[in-house]
Design a protein around this ligand. Sequence first.
Ligand code: GLA
Length: 415
Amino acid sequence: MSPTHLSLSQARAERATWIEQKFRQAFPAGPRPAVVRAPGRVNLIGEHTDYNDGFVFPLAIDRDIVMAGRPSPSTEGRIELCAVDYEQSASLALADLEKERRDPSPEQPGWARYVYGVIWAFRQAGFPVGAVQAAFSGNIPQGAGLSSSAALEVATATLLEHLFHLQVEGPRAAALCQQAENQYVGVNCGIMDQFISRLGRQETALLLDCRSLEYRWIPLPQEQVSVVICNTAVRRGLVDSAFNQRRAECEQGVHLLQQADPNVRQLRDVTAELLRAHAPHLPPTIARRVQHVVEENARVLQTVDALSAGDWRQVGQLLNASHESLRDLYEVSSPALDLMVELARAVPGVYGARMTGAGFGGCTVNLVQKEAVPRFLETVIPAYCQQIQQPLSGKPEAYVCRADDGALVLQEFSA
Ligand code: GLA
């Protein structure tokens, strides 16, 4: 075992012990709980392509949610939850899951819906899942586009699979978590975040075909180049409604292009030629959205090739082009994201910088030569703080992230 592995497993063991203690404070009597973890993610490239059946290339990051839990002792099947970081608790009878989905009660905290949603989705799919008691805590910045919600869903799924002895393939589990978010929480996200949180692997990024759900881990050698995440600390206002609106625009694009070519089932099927021929007949907004998706899909595959060839310069250029496209064609960037990207690109040794995730705020991802990292960390955030001209919801920060494992059981349940 290498020293990194040793310290990594030690760090995980410490977090497992800590969340178990918190669990025991919330739920004193009963057997020792299981402990699971699920990470957040950063997407290298392939933005707003997943729900268009396209390609994405994310990695799981070394920030996660840890969750301790055990089957509920209550005879009526009551789910009991504790969000340690918010010092809040919530509970719901299994029998009320569907009612709560249809008619959300204002007394239920927002975070609880992600957990209820996953339990609901597993039960809908026919898995014999009962109620649980669970406590969780995380260190993924929230509302920053690093998928803390997907991590909460995937941690819940991992806990359920372990406690109720389910054999669920990773892609299926990710799809159930996505279903929870789409149908229980009400956000029409694609499958990328849940998939990488479940199936990420250390020192790799994952190329996923969101149509077939075929995937490949691509080594991400981080000896020469670092992945640096910068958080703009600008809250992503109205992200859910704007997100759903983009999805609707893509569907409209499919609908219109189907009239030209009936083989178009999703924007994934639109070729550059088809787009060139028909873009002038589309409403301009729809044409811009479609162009982004078609070109972004191509960029993902080019990035994987360039990365495999060790051509970091090319990878960086593709990342830069992705940002420009998200800013000008898909229109999901923001002044804060654009500023952070511009400041990053001005640092010598930066190969590429772009917004990552849904957009409208949140984080950027940067590919930085190892030797340039100290300079990057010293300069980008101070310059950003000086130049940003809008209120911040927290402290902007930059950190070097490591590509980490997807969901894991850290401690088994012992009744
Ligand atoms: C959010 C969604 C993902 C994906 C990205 C944009 O993170 O949850 O499914 O659509 O935005 O690429």
